[in-house]
Write a protein that binds this ligand. Structure first.
Ligand SMILES: [Zn+2]
Length: 467
């Protein structure tokens, strides 16, 4: 059995059936050598003792590790962020996204009894263990990505509420530093609106048994399952700014919405390899557009979505390298979202598109997937062949160009700057459709129609008029 644990942390011993298990270490990889076979039906217990002072984060959450900091009143505040870097930075685990513990996980913190410890799921035990120390245990019963399993320790206070949601009563709990309570109670009024919108579009919240939770964190945010890290200063926007520059991004709290969106895309549906991380970030970025739509209407959502495109770099393809812990590049957010928005345009029926997103969360419920799984899902359920479209947007940096020329009685058009065989249909601003390919085609139009000829800006393409 391979178990990962990153230096300077070290495994001290491994116990199975009351006997030590021999192991070898090669860098951050431990190979545990079990003698004898473990029966298929057996659920064995392997105890791993480990120790060390884990790496401290330099710039959490992006450069991960432990965060030992102080709150504004100078009291200790601790947590971890380790996406990408891997949970093996602080505890021994099978550090790979393709597998998750089927029956969840629990975390016990031993902390000074002047502080409060919070983690994923539900608090199942608290006990004083003397010497001014408290032991607190939290547990999730659903599968969880190991980078999502996170302790938060500080001067937390709590309030909770329950909402009647799609699958019944959903417990929502909030943990913030004591002096932030007033601001937090106002800001977190966005939670029920978010839940209503996301359940409508994506299906039931994926972890009712573990509850929904927001926990104030000493870094901007992270999608920690059923204990979402929140560090956006109780302000709307992304640290107070609008990433879309459309105005809509200041109407809601970016971290609250985005990190909660990950409960569906990232935590419910997880990619097997972080090279496919666009499935997490592209769809979650799209959840921001969906939230804007829910609260302010379709046009507002479209404006938010289109506004984000200015930040697409198109310097490298979105999908990273497989099998070497290489995550996709930054464009997986906005460009991934632009791809989802383009899929929505091609489906051309919001009720159907919504059903597609809901069924996607149902089909891949608590599962790990690949880009190909997602692509096949959309191909099968829509009858549209998205293969070239996925190739174009995920595996190249080229944005398709609709080239067109004006004739006396119409327009000639074709796709260029595209993968071979690219044949995406396109809606025009007048609501009509054309089906360009790489070969010139023509359409008859009146002089007035010619003057108004343009592609619907909801498609992520560019147009070029040539002589
Ligand atoms: Zn994200």
């Amino acid at each position: 059995m391979q178990i990962d644990l990153q230096k300077p942390m070290a495994i001290d011993s491994v116990i199975y059936r009351n006997h030590p298990v021999p192991y070898t270490r090669d860098g951050n990889v431990y190979m545990l050598n079990f003698t004898g076979k473990i029966a298929d039906q057996e659920t064995p217990t392997v105890i791993i003792y480990f120790s060390g002072k884990p790496r401290e984060a330099v710039r959490a959450p992006w450069d991960g590790g432990w965060i030992w900091t102080k709150d504004d009143l100078g009291r200790p505040w601790m947590s971890v962020a380790c996406q990408g870097l891997g949970a093996s930075v602080w505890y021994p685990c099978k550090d790979h996204q393709s597998d998750e513990p089927d029956k969840g996980a629990s975390l016990t913190m031993i902390i000074p009894d002047t502080l409060v410890g919070v983690a994923n799921g539900r608090n199942i035990e608290n006990k004083s263990i003397g010497n001014g120390l408290t032991s607190t245990t939290w547990e999730v019963i659903n599968p969880i990505n190991n980078y999502n399993l996170i302790p938060y320790i500080g001067k937390y206070v709590h309030w909770g509420e329950a909402f009647k949601c799609e699958k019944g009563k959903l417990d929502c709990d909030y943990w913030v530093l004591d002096y932030e309570l007033k601001k937090a109670k106002v800001q977190f009024e966005q939670v029920p609106k978010m839940l209503k919108c996301f359940e409508y579009w994506f299906g039931p919240y994926p972890f009712y048994e573990d509850g929904y939770k927001l926990v104030q964190s000493p870094y901007l945010g992270m999608e920690h399952q059923s204990a979402v890290a929140y560090g956006n200063g109780f302000k709307n926007g992304y640290l107070g700014s609008d990433l879309s520059r459309s105005g809509w991004g200041l109407k809601w709290d970016y971290i609250l919405i985005h990190e909660s969106g990950h409960e569906w895309f990232g935590n419910n549906i997880t990619t097997k390899d972080i090279a496919d991380m666009w499935v997490h970030e592209g769809f979650t970025n799209y959840s921001e557009t969906i939230y804007t739509h829910c609260e302010f209407g379709l046009e507002a959502g479209n404006e938010y979505e289109i506004g984000l495109r200015k930040s697409i770099a198109n310097d490298k393809p979105i999908i990273g390298h497989y099998n070497v812990n290489n995550e996709g590049i930054g464009d997986m957010y906005y460009k991934g979202s632009a791809l989802v928005h383009t899929i929505r345009q091609l489906v051309n029926d919001d009720e159907r598109f919504r059903t597609l997103l809901r069924n996607m969360n149902q089909l891949f419920w608590h599962k790990t997937v690949t880009t190909q799984d997602v692509e096949l899902y959309f191909n099968k359920k829509t009858g549209i062949n998205f293969t070239k479209i996925f190739d174009q947007y995920l595996r190249t940096t080229q944005i398709p160009v609709l080239e067109y020329k004006v004739n006396v009685d119409g327009i000639e058009y074709r796709w260029t700057n595209c993968v071979k065989g690219f044949d995406m249909k396109l809606r025009l601003t007048n609501g009509g459709w054309i089906a360009p390919t790489e070969v010139w085609q023509s359409i008859q139009l009146t002089a007035d129609e010619i003057s108004k000829f343009d592609a619907d800006p909801n498609f992520y393409i560019t147009t070029k008029k040539i002589k």
